[in-house]
Design a protein around this ligand. Structure first.
Ligand SMILES: [Zn+2]
Ligand SMILES: [Zn+2]
Length: 162
């Protein structure tokens, strides 16, 4: 059975739960979007089963389709939807119609206890400013993307929950 994750925004207007087969918070993304919306150190993204998502307080959920290449002729919107609480701005989950069965809750919104990973994966570090430090402890650092998806990493590390 996949693991149930319960989450909420900071003010409590939005509460949600979903099933996850990939619940280890090992992947810290330091891209400019994850740092701007998630705070200086970036965002940790989990994986879940989109069909199992149940939301209380849906009326308070707003969506941000990230802007790529802002202020250039190539400016465009991401298809992925970052859902957040419109009352307190907490980031909740990311969903993309291109992969409709997947959903990526932000670990910061999850209230269920999560297992600390032995080794963190830090990605897109080439987009962070010098002053942003990486988390303490063992880590693998990628200037761009790691080769393993969230699902592949969980399978390789014996953490995938069928
Ligand atoms: Zn809120
Ligand atoms: Zn990112």
């Amino acid at each position: 059975m996949p693991m149930e994750l319960k989450g909420s925004c900071h003010c409590g207007a939005v509460r949600f739960k979903l099933q996850s087969s990939t619940p280890v918070p090992y992947q810290l993304c330091l891209c400019s979007i994850c740092r701007k919306v998630g705070g200086v150190g970036g965002s940790i993204n989990l994986g879940g089963h989109a069909k199992t998502l149940e939301v209380e307080g849906k009326e308070h959920v707003s969506v941000y389709n990230a802007v790529f290449d802002r202020d250039t002729p190539k400016e465009r919107r991401a298809s992925s939807q970052r859902n957040f609480c419109s009352k307190c701005s907490s980031m909740l989950w990311l969903w993309d119609e291109t992969w409709p069965d997947l959903i990526h809750p932000f670990a910061s919104a999850i209230d269920t206890e999560l297992k600390p990973p032995k080794v963190m994966t830090c990605l897109l570090t080439n987009s962070k400013p010098e002053y942003v430090r990486l988390p303490e402890g063992e880590k693998k650092v990628y200037k761009k993307y790691p080769s393993l998806s969230i699902e592949e990493w969980h399978k390789e590390n014996g953490e995938f929950v069928e």
